[in-house]
Structure formats: C-alpha cells, structure tokens
Design a protein around this ligand. Sequence first.
Ligand SMILES: Nc1ncnc2c1ncn2[C@@H]1O[C@H](COP(=O)(O)OP(=O)(O)OP(=O)(O)O)[C@@H](O)[C@H]1O
Length: 310
Amino acid sequence: FEPITLGIAIGTASVLTGYLSYTELFCRFAECCREEQPLNASGTAAGTGERLFGQHLATEVLLKALTGFRNNKNPKKALTLSLHGWAGTGKNFVSQIVAENLHRKGLKSNFVHLFVSTLHFPHEQHVKLYQARHSRWIRNVSACANSVFIFDEMDKLHPGLIDAIKPFLDYYEQIDGVSYRKAIFIFLSNAGGDLITKTALDFWRAGRREDIQLKDLEPVLSVGVFNNKHSGLWHSGLIERNLIDYFVPFLPLEYRHVKMCVRAEMKARGSAVDEDIVTKVAEEMTFFPKDEKIYSDKGCKTVQTRLDFH
Ligand SMILES: Nc1ncnc2c1ncn2[C@@H]1O[C@H](COP(=O)(O)OP(=O)(O)OP(=O)(O)O)[C@@H](O)[C@H]1O
C-alpha cells in the first residue's frame, strides 16, 4: 500500500466502524511505535518456557528483567542485557522471541535493529569510522523510544568499539533532545562460554545441574568478560560503570536437549515425531568432555541441516 491510499482506506473504515480511532486502525495495518506498548509477557513466557530448552537460568532472568523494565513507566536508563554461552545454545533464538513480543514484526520490525560484528564492523583499521557510524545508526533510529538493538558476535567486535554507544546506555535524561531510557540493548557473545561450561560441569558432576543459580555465574562472567581481550567488552566502560544490567548465562546443551530440538524442528516442519530419527540425529552430534560426553559442542545448531538427511 502507498501511504495516501492506506490512509484513505483506513479513514473510511474507521468512519464506517465508528469504533476504532484512526490511530488504532492505522496501527493495525502499518507498524507504529507505541511508547507505552507493554511486553507481551505471556507470549514471552510461553515462548521461552516452551520453545527454549535447557535454559532455566536465562529464561528466569530474561522474563524478570523484561517485565520489570517494561512495567516501569519511568526507567532511569536503557535496559542492557549481555547474553553469554556456547554456540547453538539459543542466544539468537531467544533474542528473536523477545523481539517478537516487543514488536509484532520481530526482527523485521523497523524498531528492532540487528548488528553483526563480522558483517557491519569487519575491518580493524576502520574502528574510528565504525565508532562514528555506530552512534549515528543509534541516533537515526531514535524514531521509537522502545527500540531494540541486538549486537551479535560481540566476541568478534574490536576492543573499544562498543564504548562508542556508552552514552546511550547511561543514566542521561536526554542526548541531543532524545531519550534512550526506554530502549533495550542485547549483546550476544560466546565469550564466557568456557567459564559457564566449567561451572555447569562441576554442578553436573555433583548431580545438581538444575541447582545452578545466577549468583553462581554472574560474577564469574562479568569479571571474565571484562578481562577477556576477545569478548568485545574487554576493559569496557560499560562494565566499569555498571551499565550492563544483567549477564545472562546460557548453559551448554545436553543430549536430551538436542533431542528436544530435533522434535521441535520436526513439529515445525509439520511432520510426525519419529523417535528413531530423533535418536539418530542426536547421536550424530558430537559431545564433550571427551570421557563423559555430556554437552553438545554445537548445541542445537546443526540439528536442522542434519534432519534434512533423514
Ligand atoms: N536452547 C534451545 N532451545 C531450543 N532451540 C534451540 C536452543 N538452542 C538452539 N536452538 C535451535 O538452534 C538454532 C541455532 O541456535 P542460536 O542461533 O540461537 O544459537 P546461538 O546461541 O545464538 O549460537 P551462536 O553463538 O553460534 O550464534 C536456533 O534457531 C534454534 O532452532
């Protein structure tokens, strides 16, 4: 639809119905930024609870953080979440679920912005240029206070680059007349995955996997990531100034979780769940440590392609 035709159509429809306001009706057809738009909490809870496997910690933290933030009419700063974990454990997947429950069109929304380090900031020698571009992008998209910014592959980001966005995450009321306090920043990273695995393994060996709590991992993560040259947050002002609200750990996935991913993928494809195939696909994955073979080294990442062979 081009805007004038859409406007006339909506105007006519709203006169005819005499019920919905022009704005309400307009926003059913086109995407609108609604400052007060609440998080679809039940959608997020259902999405993470039913579709995200083996991540009881991440689920709990994300739900608490997001509902608390969205229910606060007057946040003092943007919400900043740093998601850490091994490959294929669900960081991108959950970001997608969160985005969909904040903005109807999810990652396709005009108010959800995904930056991928190796795609958007590939060359080390251009760090200065990227810093300027980085902050320009964030300013340009200030059209919606509720915007969501996702930075993928943080561990491949050049050290120092992320500090260019520090002012937007800080406690300032406004920057050049724009408030960023209702925005959500999500960083995704493999950094800290080894620390999470080590702690998870200790709990697993003690037969207490589900007993791991955030307090067992969060401090290890923030210090580990700050001191890791390849974390994207190495000696970052964001950590120094406590601007990251939550470090969210993603646990390594076990054999039973990989099976759950296979079943979910079969259902998503509209096929009946065939347990023989589920077992075959899960057994094709590789597991570590060498002796115990507990965790899938690619999480659920190659499940979809492997399923194509069966
Ligand atoms: N915990 C999980 N529960 C359900 N599905 C999962 C989970 N982890 C991964 N998957 C499935 O595997 C796919 C790949 O996972 P995803 O891209 O989220 O991994 P990631 O943690 O972001 O990995 P990377 O660090 O390599 O980017 C997802 O699209 C999803 O289908």
